[in-house]
Unconditional design. Structure first.
Length: 384
């Protein structure tokens, strides 16, 4: 058994060793970062002092009671329905592991997070992709998904807001898909790591739906990727038992201190979400201006949620080469071939925080310079 090369992480890893250095990371999919000092400042001196008394031992494989109660309170479910995991990455490992039966298939979005397809194939699952097409705003086609599901389908996965496109499922779309899967006894898995960051009408969490398995974590909307904490909302007791048992084998538990910090973050989540929304929306407005200025070079579908956009080159050119040119000027983007769409590139507009304006201006400067060079070359050709 061998995992295929993780092209996205291999590319992003360059930010630690690039020459010249990466000054502006516009390839990351996370939100504006928090320091430990900033996070603790939300809670005040009393909470800071209590953290020093944290016992550094194994926590429960299901997650500490305090953390499960905090997640449950946010999601509107019973604490017993929450399984804590080491980021959504572990949740996906668990789901693909349990779906891996002879002849089974999984229905996944394309494009989507690259690890999903790799994990499915590693476990011997047939991948049945449903396409998110830019000419329809990267929205799902419910009829296409229905046509892919059969009696051997392990689960259907949706991601809303979506990485990398920023598309969302409306409440009615999610409800119809949920009802379809429930009627056929097929698990519906809803990856909501960017919920509730929206740039228009918001959608409700799928945690309200009785047969949905909902994934969340602290890396995206909650902007605390260094905690490596995630969760699964699951009402089916047999599935929860399997998740906890698998986790006992995979990672055993999170760190005790990480779970304490996660509880603290959820107690102050509106401050964290508020900062993420302000920065993401301000930076998205800057992107509006850049796309408008370079409409002959770049196209996009404006994201409706999340913190990433998925523009493409108007001439259908190689997105990786475009990203290389930007990297040489200190701007990191993520090539679209990491997502199976070579003419695209992923642009994260929140991780760089207040530095985004300078980063996107640097990108614009490269585009202006290239446009000027092309104009000079064309003029010279016309003279000759």
């Amino acid at each position: 058994m061998e995992l295929s090369p993780f092209l996205l992480d291999q590319w992003l890893e360059q930010k630690f060793s690039a020459d010249p250095p990466v000054e502006f990371d516009l390839g990351a999919s996370t939100g504006p970062t928090w320091t430990l000092r900033e996070l603790l400042a939300l809670a005040g001196a009393g909470a800071q002092e209590s953290l020093l008394d944290t016992q550094l031992f194994y926590t429960s494989a299901a997650g500490s009671r305090d953390l499960r109660e905090a997640i449950a309170g946010m999601a509107g479910v019973d604490p017993s329905h929450v399984q804590v995991v080491t980021g959504v990455a572990e949740a996906l490992w668990i789901l693909f592991f349990h779906a891996a039966e002879a002849g089974a298939n999984v229905v996944l979005p394309n494009p989507g997070f690259p690890a999903n397809t790799a994990l499915a194939e590693t476990f011997g699952l047939e991948v049945r992709p449903y396409m998110l097409r830019r000419d329809t705003g990267f929205r799902i086609d419910l009829d296409e998904i229905r046509g892919l599901v059969d009696g051997r389908t392990g689960f259907v996965l949706v991601n809303s807001p979506h990485n990398p496109t920023g598309a969302i499922l409306s409440d009615s779309e999610m409800e119809r898909l949920h009802d379809f899967c429930a009627e056929r006894g097929v698990q519906l898995v809803c990856d909501e790591v960017y919920h509730p960051i929206y740039h228009g009408p918001p959608s409700r969490s799928a945690a309200r739906l009785p047969h949905a398995t909902v994934l969340g974590d602290f890396s995206k909307a909650l902007c605390l990727s260094g905690l490596r904490v995630g969760w699964m909302v699951e009402r089916d007791p047999q599935r929860r038992h399997r998740y906890t048992n698998a986790r006992s084998y995979f990672t055993a538990s999170n760190t005790a201190l990480g779970e304490r910090l996660a509880v603290l973050a959820l107690e102050h989540r509106e401050a964290i979400y508020g900062r993420a929304r302000r920065i993401a929306q301000a930076n998205l407005s800057l992107l509006d201006q850049i796309i408008a200025e370079f409409g002959d070079v770049l196209r996009w579908v404006r994201p409706q949620g999340g913190m990433t956009a998925f523009p493409w080159l108007a001439d259908g050119g190689d997105g990786r080469e475009f990203c290389r040119r930007m990297m040489r000027r200190g701007v990191m983007l993520a090539p679209g071939d990491c997502f199976g769409m070579p003419a695209h590139f992923r642009l994260g507009f929140a991780a760089s925080g207040e530095k985004f304006a300078a980063g996107v201006e640097q990108m614009a400067g490269v585009l202006r310079s290239e446009a000027s060079c092309v104009a000079v070359l064309n003029a010279a050709r016309s003279v000759s």
